[in-house]
Design a protein around this ligand. Structure first.
Ligand SMILES: [Zn+2]
Length: 316
């Protein structure tokens, strides 16, 4: 595959996070893009945001005054950071600096729930998503599903309970260390999946694409692992209405330059997934009839909502 990055940015001060520059849009590979926001990691509110994130390292020091260059693709409209942490820096970020303490504090501040309640809510929402993927893929048994970016593996536990065969990929050492049971099914990289043999019936990427250096390349690789007619679920933060430069935490959240390397609107997300070989699933699933009147009614209501950045697709 053609390399997405060209040159390493010049190092002006000692720091341990190094960046490389993406020369083409990671959603459609166009070389034409416009400037959406330029600044530095030492600017506010970026500096305060990094401190608030409770990384297990002094990330403000680690990134120094590295440049920020957010671009908007002239072809597909994806917002993407030109400068992204290089491979070793991403490994440190997700393998070491984002640890249990950081995640638990972050989840508590986000949802105001304790660890058990947080886990309950996540398991409940994953249960719904898994059932929908299963129906979309034609309700097969056995049902082989891959959670790409599975974190602590809660989806794998729920899938186990439903009798599905679930696999996970996650590069994070600390997060998979939290996984209960089933750890042997969490692989560190997508390359390891190639050795598993037969294709998957469904793949899910929950809050993953915004973190990837090459989201289109990853989707293309996953499309090769999903059988024709198989299902895909993608979820990302919604970048609709974003205007830069960000002056508040809320405006920064969707484009925070260390972790959110790409920012999608619903239209851009659908375009990127289509480019990788997936077709949008029908909004209303008649196969929900088996869920009874209440299930059918809630399905109808949700199908009437505007399309957001949680989307289901089929492998063409
Ligand atoms: Zn593009």
């Amino acid at each position: 595959m053609q390399s997405l990055v060209d040159v390493r940015e010049p190092v002006s001060s000692p720091r341990r996070i190094r960046f490389e520059r993406r020369k083409v849009c990671p959603g459609c590979r166009s070389a034409h893009a416009n400037v959406a926001w330029r600044g530095r990691f030492s600017d506010e509110p970026v500096r305060s945001w990094l401190a608030w994130h409770h990384y297990a390292a002094d990330v403000g020091f680690e990134v120094g005054d590295a440049p920020i260059d957010l671009a908007r693709c002239a072809r597909c409209s994806l917002l993407f950071h030109r400068f992204v942490p290089d491979g070793p820096s991403l490994s440190r970020l997700y393998g070491t600096w984002i640890d249990d303490v950081q995640i638990e504090r972050f989840e508590r501040e986000q949802g105001g729930l304790g660890p058990s309640q947080t886990r309950f809510e996540r398991a409940r929402s994953m249960h719904r998503r898994l059932l929908r993927l299963h129906r979309l893929a034609g309700s097969p048994f056995p049902f082989r599903v891959l959670d790409f970016g599975c974190g602590d593996g809660v989806t794998l536990d729920v899938a186990d309970g439903l009798g599905f065969e679930a696999w996970g990929v996650d590069p994070s050492v600390t997060r998979t260390g939290r996984a209960r049971g089933g750890v042997r099914r969490i692989l560190p990289s997508a390359e390891a999946l190639q050795e598993l043999g037969q294709p998957f019936d469904a793949v899910m990427l929950i809050e993953v694409l915004e973190h990837l250096v090459d989201p289109l390349g990853t989707l293309e690789a996953l499309a090769r692992l999903v059988r024709p007619g198989g299902a895909l679920l993608v979820e990302v933060p919604d970048a609709r209405g974003w205007r830069g430069p960000p002056r508040t935490f809320e405006a920064l959240r969707v484009v925070q330059p260390l972790e959110h390397l790409n920012a999608f609107t619903p239209e851009v997300l659908a375009r990127t997934c289509r480019a990788a070989g997936f077709v949008p699933a029908p909004r209303f699933a008649w196969s929900m009839r088996g869920e009874g009147p209440r299930g059918l009614a809630s399905e109808l209501v949700s199908s009437l909502r505007p399309v957001g950045t949680r989307q289901y697709f089929s492998r063409s």
